[in-house]
Design a protein around this ligand. Structure first.
Ligand code: ADP
Ligand code: GLC
Length: 479
């Protein structure tokens, strides 16, 4: 069975968030099961520079405002899987963020930049771009690839099925109606049953209406997005398609997120946690935090946005400090949150550290060195950092929502005997609930025997891709 994954990010070449991690590891996990998997990516500089053995397949264009477009094929650096890359310099050869221009606004031609991605996917499906390889299923991810199913639907003879995965419903790819002309889609699609959304065009809605099957990245989020509270205006569409919508949890690449990795201060395992203390001391020293704190070291590795509940965490920070705990933050995002954490660090240099920036290697040192990882998200489709934390015996403290609810089991006192607790889970997303949960974590931390028990259990959890890849395979076969 041949599967084409279509997405805008892939670790380690271009990454804005967890989508990149999934696109690096899910296709590889499917290939391990014997499927013939390829990936289609836009030719951002990081992708063209990082792929191996690129060879031209076909030259097309002009299209989508680009005069010259070349489709290349080459190998991905880690998995060695084959990927098609759309080299359209006019659209993709830009410095800075792949979605947002230097003025802080989304690139004004994003509808063309990502419309082209879906359009090329449909033409790979039809065999016109590479007659040697035609996929049975096109699997598109997030709004950036969201037009693939509607372009496929323009070709009535096409047998290829489409699957669309929602990684985050809050980002929808919404554009003014007159953009339709640039996308080459017929006017008749512009109805509330098609891609029209409150007088605009929505790539996300097009995907939800036209794909054969819809998945999202956790079972709980699959239920939540059918409600007005989490549906971002599309809950009605998702309720209509409930029979075709399922939640499949993301996995972790156990080679990349591995406490036995020699790159951290001292590798360790569930059987021998001594190295974890060395990692904590090393992280404290690196960040200028005191080595003497009586409480646990809490950490954040996150985009700093209100989705992630970072404003609530800032509000709860005085309570965390009163517990004698420390906080280390690694993140970038909204100015007021970056400033807020910087300010807190300057006011409490031995207790709070804020590294405002993006740094993969440092993220590993955070997961290894911290005692608790804070993920107080307002909503969280899956969340990967809590899964990485579990691998390192760093107990996640999370809001019971989306994938966080599906992956962390609460260890607050009443639940400790359950033999299954792996972290701390709170129900209300407000300062008090976070502070109470921080208090529970600090209380358990004082009982080091119980703490180690939960740590070991956390490290034994299996969130590798094996199960989830089997679910995707079953879904493809059902098509
Ligand atoms: P989201 O995709 O919503 O940002 P996820 O938890 O799914 O959330 O994935 C976030 C990914 O980005 C993880 O791989 C995490 O380690 C990484 N990450 C987030 N912020 C940073 C940062 N400042 N430095 C390094 N890695 C980061
Ligand atoms: C999105 C979501 C996150 C999820 C990731 C990968 O960025 O916000 O929860 O883990 O996609 O699926």
């Amino acid at each position: 069975m041949r599967i084409l994954h279509v997405a805008s990010e892939i670790y380690p070449l271009v990454k804005a968030g967890g989508l990149a991690d999934v696109i690096a590891s899910l296709p590889a996990a499917l290939a391990k099961r014997g499927l013939d998997v390829r990936v289609l990516l836009p030719g951002f500089p990081g992708i063209l520079n990082g792929m191996l053995g690129l060879k031209p397949v076909i030259r097309i264009g002009p299209a989508f405002g680009a005069a010259v477009i070349t489709i290349y094929i080459g190998s991905l650096p880690d998995s060695g899987l084959l990927a098609y890359v759309i080299d359209a310099p006019f659209l993709y050869q830009r410095q800075g963020n792949i979605y947002v221009g230097f003025d802080g606004f989304e690139w004004s031609d994003n509808h063309r930049r990502f419309g082209l991605l879906g359009w090329v996917a449909a033409h790979v499906a039809s065999g016109e771009l590479d007659p040697d390889w035609r996929p049975d299923v096109v699997h598109a991810h997030d709004w950036h690839a969201g037009l693939a199913p509607i372009y496929m639907a323009q070709n009535p003879g096409l047998k290829t099925a489409s699957v669309f995965t929602i990684h985050n419903l809050a980002y929808q790819g919404i554009f003014p109606m007159d953009c339709l002309a640039d996308l080459g889609l017929p006017m008749r699609q512009l109805t509330p049953h098609g891609i029209e959304f409150h007088g605009m065009i929505s790539f996300m809605k097009a995907a939800l209406v036209y794909s054969k099957k819809i998945t999202t990245v956790s079972p709980t989020y699959a239920r939540e997005i059918r409600t007005p509270e989490f549906g971002c205006g599309l809950d009605g569409v998702l309720r209509d398609r409930a029979g075709d919508l399922s939640g499949i949890l993301n996995g972790v690449d156990p080679e990349i997120w591995n406490p036995e990795d020699p790159d951290i201060a001292r590798p360790y395992s569930a059987d021998n946690l001594k190295g974890k203390m060395a990692c904590k001391l090393a992280l404290q020293s690196e960040l200028g935090l005191s080595n003497q704190a009586e409480g646990p070291l809490f950490a954040v590795v996150s985009r700093l946005f209100s989705q992630k509940g970072m404003d609530l965490l800032l509000a709860a920070l005085p309570d965390l400090l009163r517990e004698g705990a420390q906080l280390a933050v690694l993140g970038t995002g909204e100015d007021y949150l970056e400033e807020g954490f910087r300010h807190a660090a300057a006011a409490n240099p031995e207790k709070v550290a804020a590294f405002v920036g993006y740094d993969e290697a440092m993220a590993h040192r955070f997961f290894a060195g911290a005692d608790v990882l804070l993920v107080p998200s307002r909503f969280e489709p899956c969340g990967l950092t809590q899964l990485y934390a579990l691998r390192y015996g760093t107990l996640p403290l999370v809001h019971r929502v989306g994938g966080l609810a599906d992956t962390v089991i609460d260890a607050t006192p009443g639940n400790l005997q359950s033999d299954s607790a792996t972290g701390f889970v709170f129900d209300d997303v407000d300062r008090q609930a976070i502070s109470d949960s921080i208090h529970e974590a600090c209380t358990l931390y004082r009982d080091q025997i119980a703490w180690h028990q939960v740590q070991r259990r956390a490290m034994e959890q299996d969130f590798s891709w094996d199960d989830s890849a089997a679910h995707y395979e079953a879904l493809y076969r059902s098509l």
